[in-house]
Design a protein around this ligand. Sequence first.
Ligand SMILES: [Zn+2]
Length: 112
Amino acid sequence: MIKHEERLAGVNPRLVEVVKLAASICPIDIYVLEGVRTMERQRELFKAGKSKTLNSRHLTGDAVDLWDGKNWHAAYFLPIITAMNKAAQQLGVKVTGGYSWGWDSPHWQIEK
Ligand SMILES: [Zn+2]
């Protein structure tokens, strides 16, 4: 089940499809933290050191941040990572998970 699905508003529809399919096969609930970001919000996150770029894929609606609603430790993201990769493969959508960069476990972006 998806929590805070309203936060997917404005996100690339292909990426939304992946998140929805992932939520249907994931054994735990998937909470949407953030989808589309304003430049103002991006600047804030960048200044606070929570983002490493001002050119985030969130600005164009091509990224979402997902978590289980409880734990920030990387290990707890595994069920979501498995479900997102499976869903993307099934739908033929190319996505990149921030876990693969070694620091941004909640982040998912669609590749063009
Ligand atoms: Zn992100």
